[in-house]
Write a protein that binds this ligand. Sequence first.
Ligand code: CAA
Length: 250
Amino acid sequence: MSVEVARDRAVAVVTIDRQDALNALNVETLTDLRDRLRELSIDNGVRAVVLTGAGEKAFVAGADIKYMSGLEPDAAKGWGGLGHETGRLLETMAKPTIAAINGFALGGGCELALACDIRYASRRAKLGQPEINLGIVPGWGGTQRLARVCGIGVAKELIFTGRTVDAEEALRIGLVSAIADPVLDKAVETAHELAGKSSLALALAKRLVNMSPGALDTEADEFGELFSSADAQEGLTAFAEKRAPKFLGR
Ligand code: CAA
């Protein structure tokens, strides 16, 4: 198996393991990752997902360049589509996804991290979109998501130059939220914290944050709607009663 899923109560840790290629994604590994994420997205027992790479060196060193070197445009479109589908699962599944960036997160690796809701980096992490140096462009969502996460100016500079940033710079430009070692422990800790919150409110928060700024009306509507849920009543009441809320997801 190139992708392993380990469960710790309501948290699933997904580990990409192709260490001889620095966890670069070939068709088999990316398909496996897509399939595992699909399963997790509909598994009600899983309330948060952590994505990481096996070994000490890499999160994911990108799409497999050796595989891509011979691709015709139609096949390249299919390959791009598979990466997009995988990124969309991380971005849209109704539960939080957290990238534990334990080393190189380059090209498609940085793009998968960008598709996650939260990113943490090890001090040894290196991130970037070096595709320009291969004569191509980011193809798994990087042009859009890097601009959304870090701003259009930072995205253009990084995508145009293809340079990589270290963990300190990634933190400064907002590409990651924190530096921690061991980074997986930090990600799992946050995942457990989020798993204890209202799954209903978290899923809605994720959906709303993912919408474009034009969605403010939707936010106002959905915010009101949420007050018909037992979880909202419970959470608001528990605060006033100075006790921990018990969320039921309805
Ligand atoms: N694809 C295929 N193989 C890769 C790879 C990749 N993206 N990244 C690393 N590898 C392989 C190397 O070829 C090498 O294999 P061999 O031992 O068989 O030669 C092995 O992993 C170890 O790599 P290095 O010897 O190069 O390790 P290093 O520590 O000297 O360098 C590195 C590390 C700087 C990450 C370097 O491997 C590198 O530059 N990799 C490519 C990074 C990259 O350009 N990623 C973007 C790919 S394009 C993309 O992802 C498009 C998209 O948007 C979807």
